[in-house]
Every structure is written in C-alpha cells, then in structure tokens.
Design a protein around this ligand. Structure first.
Ligand code: NAD
Length: 509
C-alpha cells in the first residue's frame, strides 16, 4: 500500500510546475480552492472570472479574429508548430499538474500531453490542406467551387477528466482554421489549463500573432453559460456530461449558434466465444480501470458469449486482484483516485442499485487508504455480474464499475451493445472475421467508435472522435473534423459573358 504525500508537498510541486510554464501564482490567486484527489487537500486557491471578464474576452477575441482570419493558413500553422514544441519542452510539467489535480497516473498524464503534441502535428499539416471542392456547372462558361472560411470566436468548455487534451484538439484545429478561441476549463482542473494556455500565450508572443486569439476564462458552469449565451461566440464545443449537453444544446439552438457536443458514453465490449481471451482480458482491464474508470470511453459493459463468460469473469477477477491502487505519482501505480467524494458516492449507489436488480459483485467496490486521507477516494475497481441489461446499466457511472452480462447470438449482443441511450465507443473481441465485419457494418454497433480486438478507450488523434445519440453527435480531432470550425461558401463564377439561368429558366426583361 502506498503512502500519500502531504499537502505542502503537492502544493509545492504544483507551484513549481506552474512557474516553469510561465504562470505566476500572484496574478490568479483568489478564494476558490483547487483540491488534489491524491490526498483531498488544497493545491492552490484561484480567482474565478466575473461575467464582465467573459464580456471583455469575447470582445477582444472578435477584434483579433479580424486580423487572424486574414493571416495565411500555413502561417497560422507555424504558430501551432511553435506551441507543439513548447508542449514537448514542458511535457513533464503539464503532466505533473494533470496528475496532481485529476489523479491520473504518470504514464496516462504524459499520454494526455503527447496527445496535445500529436494534434499540433496534425493541425500543422492541415494548415496546408483546408481543401474545397470544385464541381461542374450545368451552365456553359461557369465554374462552381466551395471555399471554407473561419467562423469567428470558438468557445471551448472542457471536462475534468481530460483537462487539457480536449482543449488542444479544439484549439489547434480552430486556430489553423483562422478562429480565435476562449476556453472555460473544468473548475476541478484549472491548473493544467492555466499552464497549457500560458504556453500558447508564449507561442503567440514569440510569433507576433494577435494577443487575444487564445484566452481563458475560469469558473464553474455560470461562466460557461455566459459563453453559451453570448451572441459573439460562433461555435461552442462542449465536453462533459449528457446533463450539461441537455442544458446548453437548446440554448445554442435558440440563438442558431454552432455547437459541437462531446458527452457521456456507456461503452461495451462484445467478447465472442472465438475471442483470444488473453488479448480480451488486457483490453478490458485497461479500458475499464484506466484513469480509474473516468474516461468518456471507459468500458462500462462486457457482453460475453455464454460459453466463455464464466472463464472470462474468473480471469478478470484475477487480473483485478493484481491491480496496484494508490498514489498516481508512484511509478508502479495503475489505478489512482476518483476525482472526489461525489464520484465515490455515485459508484456506491450504482453498485447498490445493481445488487437490487439482481447483480452479483464479483470483486471490488470498497474504499482504500481512507485512514491516510479522509477526503481522498481510492477505490477497488468493481465487477458486477448480471443476467440481463438492467436499468442501472443504461446509465453512465463515471467510476471503475464494470457490468458483465451474457449473450447467445451475435444479433443479441449487438442489440445489447446498442440498447443504451449513449453511443460513444464499442468493440468486439473475436477471431471470426465475419463477426468482426458484421459488428463494424451498418447492422452492427451504432457508436461513433467501433473497434475490433482492442478496447473502447485510447483513441488516436488521426480519426474523428465522438459519438451518437446522447453522446451528442459531435466529431473532433482528426479526419475531416476541421469542417466544424469553418463555414462553407458555394461560389459560382460566370466567365461566359451571358447570363444563362439554372434549370433552363427563362427570365428576360
Ligand atoms: P460536467 O458536465 O460536470 O462539466 C463539464 C464542463 O461543463 C465543466 O467545465 C462545467 O463547468 C461545464 N458546465 C456544466 N454545466 C454547464 C452549463 N449549464 N453551462 C455551461 N457550462 C456548463 O462533466 P465532468 O464531470 O467534468 O466530466 C465528466 C463527464 O464528461 C462524463 O459524462 C464524461 O463521459 C464526459 N466526457 C465526454 C467526453 C467525450 O469526448 N464524449 C470526453 C470527456 C468527458
């Protein structure tokens, strides 16, 4: 069992990492406590933004957008290139802050920063590839084409569990597309946000880009809501719970603003009787307990064929017994703490409900290390076996809680996979090619991410990321997600000297 570090040790590490990234503590000090889930104690106390600050930020962002939009896209790419280099230089510092305020183990925190660097690389290439199409006109002497233009101000609202990567996905792409960005990070994880934004500020300064194309406003949902309701913000990209999406979606629709929603998931693995179980166990364990089950893509459900479900459960239980749980800053830890007591209470309540619905707890669910830190919540990841998909399984429990249930036919497994309100990530473990093909086809999984022989989490930045149904329908990161940050104009150019009308319409005066 690891020993937890004390308050001053963690606060000092946070201060040092912030300073190395150019954040001076004095300018941001205030009364809102930032707690570390590692020991439940205070890391720093910050000042939240006022609504006036949001107003000012939107005004400045719109002003600087007018300059930035006319800066050639490859020059905009050069800014992102420099930002990526600064992230590389300060990878350890940002990762430390992520571990301190979110409780991610070191390797996953470093992975989050690597994801930021990767998206910068992607965006640099993209800055020379914002392609529009040309299409044949039905009229002689005419040419048709599409051109893509930046939207204006992009508001980014982010969740605690990926406190910096999701912002970078949005920001790197939004910037090369010619937008300015205002970020409202999670109130639970503002330090890594300040550090990351400070590095981008430095890149902006070094390259002489307009000062206010990147800004941060700090605070809780009211600050986010001020961005959502502001007519000067063209697109809101919001990542968080489905509850949050349900609140802001209609408000954005009301003012016809663009919206990109990345909301809750309820991700499943189908494990076929033909699966390589060694591979499946490793894939399931990483996806179910990585980041202590607090990823949007964390695996929540295993739908296992009746012929192998018993063996699978036994082997999962064995793997769970070997999990090192504790201080995420220790090199050998694989499972860090939950973000707070509310997350622990939700996990306990979900386990109780599952039991009342016929579930059997195979392992885990209890708290660890509470004698060392009363306000830190280390929990043994839990496995609950069920005979069917009960009501509690339909909800996202944002904790390391895995439901395992049986199926007999692939159609039944696909129906169970799809039979939840969310549609983010899914996978199948099988060595039967026809099963794999059916799962990824139009009659298979209805999710935005559909994998074969890997787990549900750990996406690469090259693909479009996002999900269907209550996950919100947004797509971020790779592929053609950049289009969400631009508006499309269809242009028809007439070089014929005459004025023929489309569809053969005659209108001569
Ligand atoms: P949350 O919904 O509590 O908060 C997310 C962000 O939204 C925070 O910055 C918060 O201040 C803000 N917010 C909340 N209500 C708001 C409102 N009414 N108006 C404006 N802003 C508001 O989520 P969380 O607990 O930080 O994160 C966990 C959730 O996020 C899980 O449901 C998880 O699945 C989801 N998530 C989804 C993705 C994805 O890409 N689909 C990625 C990460 C997290």
């Amino acid at each position: 069992m690891s020993t937890l570090p004390n308050q001053s040790e963690l606060a000092t590490r946070a201060k040092e990492a912030l300073e190395k990234c150019g954040v001076s503590s004095s300018g941001r000090l205030g009364s809102h406590k930032v707690l570390s889930p590692i020991n439940g104690e205070e890391l720093a106390a910050l000042k939240w933004s006022e609504l006036d600050d949001v107003e000012r930020a939107v005004e400045r962002a719109n002003k600087d957008f007018l300059v930035w939009r006319s800066t050639p896209a490859p020059i905009r790419g050069a800014l992102v290139k420099h930002f990526g280099a600064l992230l590389q230089e300060h990878k350890e510092d940002i990762a430390t802050l992520i571990s301190l305020e979110v409780g991610k183990i070191k390797s996953e925190a470093l992975g989050e920063v690597q994801e930021m660097i990767d998206i910068c690389d992607f965006a640099i290439g993209l800055s020379r590839q914002l392609y529009g199409r040309t299409m044949p006109s039905e009229r002689p002497g005419h040419r048709m084409m599409e051109t893509w233009h930046p939207l204006g101000v992009v508001g980014v609202i982010s969740a605690f569990n990926f406190p910096t990567a999701v912002w970078s996905w949005n920001t790197a792409i939004a910037l090369v597309c010619g937008n300015s960005v205002i970020w409202k990070p999670s109130e639970l994880a503002p330090l890594s946000a300040l550090a990351s934004a400070s590095l981008l500020d430095r890149a902006i300064h070094d390259l002489g880009a307009p000062r206010y194309i990147s800004q941060v406003v700090m605070g809780s949902s009211e600050v986010g809501a001020a961005l959502v309701d502001h007519h000067g913000v063209a697109l809101i990209s919001a990542t968080g719970s489905t509850r949050m999406g349900r609140e802001i979606g209609p408000r954005l629709a009301q003012r016809f603003a663009r919206c990109l929603l990345e909301l809750g998931g309820n991700n499943a693995a189908v494990v076929s009787e033909s699966a390589n179980l060694d591979l499946a166990i490793r894939g399931i364990v990483f996806a179910a307990v990585g980041t202590a089950g607090q990823r949007c893509t964390s695996m929540r459900r295993v739908i296992a064929h009746v012929d192998i479900i018993d063996e699978l459960c036994t082997r999962l239980e064995e793997a769970y017994q070997r999990l090192p749980i504790g201080n995420p800053l220790d090199d050998n830890t694989l499972v860090g703490p939950l973000i707070n007591g509310a997350a622990f209470a939700l996990m306990q309540s979900a386990i109780e409900t599952a039991k009342s619905e016929g579930g059997r707890v195979l392992s885990g669910g209890t708290r660890r290390l509470e004698d060392q830190a009363h306000s830190a919540y280390y929990v043994e990841p839990a496995i609950v076996r069920l005979d069917r998909q009960t009501n509690i399984v339909l909800r996202e429990s944002f904790a390391p809680l895995l439901y395992v249930m049986p199926y007999e036919t692939l159609d039944e497994a696909i129906a169970l996979n799809n039979g939840v309100p969310q549609g983010l990530s899914s996978c199948i473990f099988t060595t039967d090619q026809s099963e794999a093909e059916r799962f990824v086809s139009e009659v298979g999984s209805d999710c935005g991410i559909v994998n074969v022989n890997i787990g549900t989490s750990g996406a690469e930045i090259g693909g479009a990321f996002g999900g269907e149904k209550e996950t919100g329908g947004g797509r971020e990161s790779g592929s053609d997600s950049w289009r969400a940050y631009m508006r499309r104009a269809t242009n028809t150019i007439n070089f014929s000297g005459a004025l023929p009308l489309a569809q053969g319409v005659e209108f001569t005066v």
